[in-house]
Design a protein around this ligand. Structure first.
Ligand code: NAD
Length: 444
């Protein structure tokens, strides 16, 4: 996908440009007279006193130029994907993972193994035994393993560029702000925090520390969802009118932090309903102007004494599209959405799952309906989002899903809860401006 807009033109510097620019900068001295942001090479960085960021890896010439292989398949055969262009391990952006729970151990750390621009160099955990095992499995040095108490010492670790926060929701703010103060770029899991006010403080802290902040909205880096967005925005099936979206699952452990308001911030909505909200905003490229919601929790069910079981809400968008969304913590897993357009529909099954997305479309053709599955290669969504962030650091670009994207969702979620409490629609009167996204992520 092409990078868009003037920001991309201004900010996106090719690796060859980078090398010639840094060459000139070195000659001109270390004062950072050329605004390369995170692009200063290590030795130059060490001399710079004006930046709070740790140095990114040096970029070798030509590492992103594709290797062209001899053709051998006929045009009617299934073609291979592009030859991968990984950075050499010594040149990749280096990640510290904070919190070694399900997501970190089952998805994120394994995904780092298939990244092309990112690698794992440090761990932060409250469990020394678990961390020792994980460090042994992934070859992490003992001196790069931190507890929550020694976390701030990451400041002195020159082998870490990014801190990835994978903690319970209410801890995101503290660890993002401490991480930014340590001079590291921050990737933070969704939901960004537990309130819009916290999100604002996190954005301010990262701006003050001159580090980048990205929220890990993996769906926005997932090929099927990206394709659907393209088809909707190009009006391939006519004008979109209505969206049905649901992200639901069941849970069993009332003692888990997801069922404690102080740690989770809420129930189904911020955890899984957020995917419906964020993906609707993403595919439409619009911000809702009004919401109307209902919420329900089965009386006496210990899972839902603090957080909601079911939330169902409608969002009205400026173009006239109405989205009807629901999220439930107490039903069999179901993750899908359907966009109804004037001349057809687009349906995404397993929409918010880690894999298995299925994009079906239907289009009116005269008196007939043509249904079609759009087959696309799957990617590792976690690897894609981390490599996007690494690419932003290497090329001094703004992330496609910056902190403002997380803030926007929290503003809407607060309106959804208010509507459910008051039993009436809530207008989003604040100036919901564009999310100030960076350029579109590169696809390989
Ligand atoms: P988890 O419970 O499996 O892991 C949380 C980790 O935080 C554990 O290692 C735990 O020991 C640690 N922790 C530190 N302080 C804690 C405290 N006070 N209470 C409880 N745990 C504490 O949770 P998870 O499923 O890995 O979720 C972590 C974050 O990732 C959450 O913000 C969640 O919303 C997000 N998440 C995102 C996705 C996604 O697809 N992007 C999927 C799952 C979870």
């Amino acid at each position: 996908m092409e990078e868009n807009g003037t920001a991309a033109k201004k900010e996106n510097i090719s690796r060859k440009d980078f090398l010639s620019l840094t060459g000139k900068t070195v000659a001109a001295g270390a004062a950072g007279s050329i605004a390369l942001g995170g692009l200063l090479p290590n030795e130059l960085w060490a001399q710079s006193t004006t930046r709070a960021m740790s140095p990114p890896a040096d970029i070798p010439p030509g590492t992103e130029d594709p290797i062209v292989l001899e053709e051998w398949k006929s045009a009617v055969d299934q073609q291979s994907g592009p030859t991968p262009t990984p950075l050499p391990p010594g040149m990749r952006i280096r990640y510290a993972i904070v919190g070694l729970g399900h997501l970190a151990l089952e998805e994120i750390i394994p995904a780092l193994g298939s990244c092309k621009k990112s690698k794992l160099t440090a761990l932060v955990s409250g469990s020394p035994e678990k961390m020792k095992k994980v460090a042994a499995q992934y070859g992490i040095k003992a001196e790069n393993c931190y507890s929550y108490q020694t976390y701030d010492q990451l400041k002195n670790n020159r082998e870490v560029d990014v801190i990835y926060i994978v903690l319970p929701n209410s801890l995101h703010k503290e660890y993002v702000i401490r991480g930014a103060k340590a001079g590291k770029h921050i990737l933070c899991e969704k939901p960004m925090a537990v309130s819009s006010k916290e999100c604002e403080e996190m954005i301010e802290a990262c701006e003050a520390a001159k580090v980048k902040l990205m929220i890990a909205y993996r769906i926005q880096y997932q090929p099927h969802n990206r394709k659907l967005r393209e088809l909707v925005q190009q009006k391939t099936f006519g004008v979109p009118k209505f969206i049905e979206a649901s992200n639901s699952q069941s849970s069993a452990n009332p003692a888990h932090w997801r069922h404690k308001k102080a740690l989770a911030g809420g129930g189904a909505l911020p955890d899984i309903g957020l995917y419906c909200l964020n993906t609707n905003r993403f595919i439409l490229g619009e911000e809702p102007t009004e919401v109307f919601a209902y919420s329900y929790s089965t009386p006496g069910n210990p899972l839902f004494t603090e957080v909601e079981e079911l939330i169902s809400w409608q969002m009205r968008f400026p173009s006239g599209v109405i989205a009807n969304c629901s999220s439930d913590y107490n039903v069999h897993e179901s993750r899908h959405y359907r966009v109804l357009c004037e001349k057809g529909w687009l349906n995404m099954d397993k929409a918010y799952a880690y894999k298995g997305q299925k994009l079906m479309t239907a289009k009116a053709e005269g008196k007939m309906e043509k249904q079609e599955e759009i087959g696309l290669a799957e990617n590792d969504q976690f690897a894609a989002e981390m490599d996007h962030f690494s690419d932003c650091i290497l090329n001094n670009k703004r992330p496609f899903t910056p902190g403002e994207e997380g803030l926007q969702d929290h503003i809407v979620m607060e309106a959804i809860y208010q509507s459910a409490r008051e039993g009436k629609p809530v207008k989003l009167t604040h100036n919901l401006k564009s999310t100030m996204r960076g350029p579109e992520p590169k696809t390989e």
